[in-house]
Design a protein around this ligand. Structure first.
Ligand code: NAD
Length: 357
């Protein structure tokens, strides 16, 4: 099969982690006889520096022409620490999501047995936890207008808006996911306070009869934040709006041992994007110490979702699992830093495993 992939490494650790995910992708493609074509483009702070635009038109064109996008991360302290900056790297990420119509971000929580003791939660709570969060990605507070400051700068406002169409399409995806899994769906909202949440709840209840096999429960986001830590095994598929999903999935990453382990797929109307859930981790940029596994596992999701190449995806996951079992891990996953491997050495290990498999 021809695999035509756009590579958007972005900022901070982005280039380092994407380099390893690309090596893994190349190795798997070669092993299974696929013809891989990759093209790189700018996004985030790197794109602002080069063009003034965090998501340049050429980058968008490349994404539109590709079958899939492998994405690193964006963000730079230069912008984080300057609230007055008019153009920000995050605008590039949001523009990409909006222009590609990426309305759903699928975030599986994968617990690798060899990382069980890395979790701050007791093993019996975490062992066997296996759920997917479906985060709405192009609506809510991150996109609602108006957004801004009053003239004197002393008042700021964001607007949370959801339309029936936006809610229906993400809930449909979530119900379908639940049907393919254990048929349990948790709709997370704040319907006791927010009008948008009440719309979500109303639409979900209207849709329930279409999926009679799915057991649906409704949970306020504050309760969900607690339940994820207390009883992570109770969840199967969780669906929620943009902001809640952003926060809850970072929280859930702790269960898995490190934010550097969690992949995601952003899907929607045009080309899908495969990206780790973490950010550009600027403190580690250029040091070759960041965990590349979330990005490598995102490449596995790319094989699965963009190409339906399940065996290729499974081999990548097996290789990551084997690296963890062998203790071939970066410093976030070891208490003894002297035993930690570099980002590229973890990539070497995983590539080597795939070649021998
Ligand atoms: N999708 C994205 O591109 C995205 C997402 C979140 C944050 N950001 C941006 O990233 C920048 C940094 O934000 P932040 O510090 O809040 O979040 P972050 O995810 O970059 O880092 C938070 C912490 O998680 C850990 N971590 C993250 N990735 C890791 C990895 N690969 N290996 C090991 N440990 C890892 C580190 O301890 C780090 O201090 C900001 O500019 C922010 O806007 C971008």
């Amino acid at each position: 099969m021809k695999l035509n992939i756009a590579v958007l490494a972005g900022d901070g650790i982005g280039p380092e982690i994407v380099a390893q995910a690309l090596r893994v992708t190349e190795t798997v493609a070669k092993k299974f006889g696929h013809e891989l074509q990759t093209k790189e483009a700018l996004v985030g702070a790197a794109a602002i520096d080069a063009t003034g635009n965090p998501y340049p038109d050429e980058t968008h064109e490349l994404c539109m022409q590709s079958d899939a996008v492998l994405f690193g991360a964006i963000g730079h302290p230069r912008f984080d620490n300057d609230p007055s900056a008019k153009v920000r790297p995050e605008q590039g990420l949001l523009a990409m999501r909006k222009k590609l119509g990426l309305y759903a971000n699928i975030r599986p929580l994968i617990i690798f047995p060899s990382l069980l003791e890395k979790s701050p939660l007791k093993t019996d709570r975490v062992e066997g936890a296996d759920f997917v969060t479906i985060r709405e990605l192009t609506g809510g507070l991150y996109f609602g207008q108006p957004q801004g400051r009053s003239e004197n700068g002393d008042t700021a406002y964001d607007t949370c808006i959801y339309t029936r169409m936006e809610v229906e399409r993400i809930l449909k995806l979530a119900f379908e996911f639940a049907m393919k899994r254990k048929k349990r769906l948790t709709v997370v909202d704040k319907a006791n306070v927010l009008a948008t949440s009440r719309l979500w709840r109303q639409i979900s209840k209207e849709m329930e009869p279409q999926y009679p096999e799915v057991v649906v429960d409704y949970m306020f986001v504050d309760n969900a934040a607690m339940q994820i830590i207390q009883w992570p095994k109770r969840f199967d598929v969780m669906v929620t709006e943009n902001l809640f999903g952003d926060i809850l999935t970072d929280e859930a990453s702790v269960i898995a041992g490190s934010l550097g382990m969690l992949p995601s797929a952003s899907i929607g109307i045009h080309t899908s994007v495969f990206e780790p859930i973490h950010g550009s981790y600027p403190q580690a940029a250029g040091k070759n110490i960041a965990n590349p596994c979330a990005t490598i596992l995102s490449a596995a999701m790319m094989f699965e979702y963009a190409y339906k190449l399940d065996k290729e995806a499974a081999l990548i996951r097996k290789a990551v699992e084997a690296s963890l079992e062998a203790g071939a891990v970066t410093e976030d996953l070891t208490d003894d830093k002297s035993k930690a491997l570099s980002t590229s050495a973890v990539g070497d290990w995983i590539v080597e495993y795939i070649l021998k498999a």
